[in-house]
Ligand binder design. Structure first.
Ligand code: ZN
Length: 133
């Protein structure tokens, strides 16, 4: 599977976001393993503080199925009916969560704007001073 497919899956999965009554923000992610397997995720919110972001949803799905070797993740986001997506990068909580399970060169792609601009980062770009044990 290629980056274009992963972006399309992230966009489709974004629309499955749950209970976004507070944020009205729909995020989709597609996590790709080094073997090319893809795991999608969306943000799943609730009326309390136990919401989970799209990125962690994708990671939890993959990790719980025994995946351990990740290549990259695509993240897309915007309001529910947005025709043009916003530049949406993982929150601090997700960055710290991901860093535990990826190599330093793990890629994070954001896709946004009317022309589907793609920006590439590494986990080290986004979290240069991660907490580690
Ligand atoms: Zn997050």
């Amino acid at each position: 599977m290629n980056l274009t497919s992963a972006i399309e899956i992230a966009k489709q999965t974004r629309l499955h976001a749950k209970y976004t009554t507070t944020s009205n923000y729909y995020v989709g992610a597609c996590l790709v393993t080094k073997a090319g397997k893809m795991y999608s995720g969306c943000n799943i919110e609730n009326c309390g503080i136990q919401s989970i972001c799209a990125e962690r949803t994708a990671f939890v799905k993959a990790l719980s199925e025994g995946e351990n070797d990740f290549s990259y993740i695509v993240v897309v986001g915007g309001k529910k009916d947005a025709t043009v997506l916003e530049n949406c990068l993982p929150c601090g909580y997700c960055r710290q969560f991901m860093v535990q399970y990826v190599d330093k060169d793990f890629k994070i792609y954001a896709c946004f704007g009317k022309d589907d601009t793609i920006e590439e980062y590494t986990i080290s770009d986004l979290l240069p001073h991660a907490f580690t044990l």
